[in-house]
Design a protein around this ligand. Structure first.
Ligand SMILES: [Zn+2]
Length: 261
């Protein structure tokens, strides 16, 4: 008998060919393209079975994954990468900068802080520079460097242009302030400049036109709320959501620096 697994967020089709297969802790997305499945982030190391079950539930074959993109080099975003690569033979992508975290040159993966053992180091296959684009059938993934949360955060603009479809889905690749605190920066002997760099990254992409906003974590784009709206048959396209989110992140950063850090 097939065991019934509990998802804390039921896997679902977010929009068109984009699926959510993550959990309430961190987002994992799959884009179904003519060239195969493109995965964005691979969750915590203990999420492998859950992601497999989520994909199976949606009729997506994990062996069809052809590419794995990483928003940044924290363990909650690359925790299952090696397992999915072994299973599917997918090519792995990360910024050149954050590859030094996954390959262990920099001890900044947040494994210890998040309560995990360090993962065996690996290099990604494709080291991404700012502005690079990759095509998968009718889908183009444009990668924009938006450093701050880590030095090599990538934000993704996923352009889908066919005769029937024409939209942009996008993810801001790292919006947390946990790497900007005085305590953290001092502990790893890092420069406080990252706070200004973070602000500059928000400005860099805030005017990008985005139809469907993808969360790097589910709270960024109210993933659970979107699921409820989809179940009610409502449209989740919201061309203002991207900008509202980034404005909120900027205000949150100013507030943290003034009152908390
Ligand atoms: Zn992170």
């Amino acid at each position: 008998m097939k065991k019934t697994l509990k998802f804390d967020i039921q896997p679902f089709k977010l929009y068109d060919n984009i699926y959510f297969v993550g959990s309430s802790r961190v987002s994992v997305h799959i884009i179904d393209t003519k060239d195969g499945l493109v995965m964005i982030d691979t969750g915590y190391p203990d999420m492998y079975e859950q992601i497999l079950d989520s994909m199976n539930e949606l009729g997506l074959n994990p062996k069809d994954i052809c590419a794995i993109f990483h928003s940044h080099g924290h363990i909650d975003h690359f925790g299952c990468t090696q397992k999915f690569k072994e299973l599917s033979g997918a090519k792995t992508y990360i910024s050149t900068i954050d590859n030094d975290i996954v390959n262990g040159k920099l001890d900044l993966s947040w494994a210890k802080e998040l309560g995990y053992d360090r993962l065996p180091p690996f290099d990604c296959d494709v080291l991404v520079e700012d502005g690079e684009k990759y095509s998968f059938g009718d889908v183009v993934v444009r990668c924009i460097l938006t450093p701050g949360h880590t030095d090599g955060v990538l934000s993704f603009f996923i352009d889908i242009r066919t005769e029937e479809k024409n939209f942009v889905a996008a993810m801001y690749g790292g919006a947390g302030f946990n790497t900007l605190t005085t305590e953290f920066l001092n502990r790893y002997n890092l420069s406080f400049e990252c706070r200004d760099i973070f602000r500059e990254s928000l400005r860099k992409v805030i005017d990008e036109p985005v139809d469907v906003f993808l969360g790097n974590h589910p709270e960024h784009n109210d993933t659970k709320g979107k699921l409820q709206r989809i179940l009610l048959g409502e449209d989740i396209v919201d061309t203002g959501e991207w900008k509202r989110f980034l404005i909120g992140v900027g205000k949150g950063l100013d507030n943290e620096i003034a009152n908390v850090f």
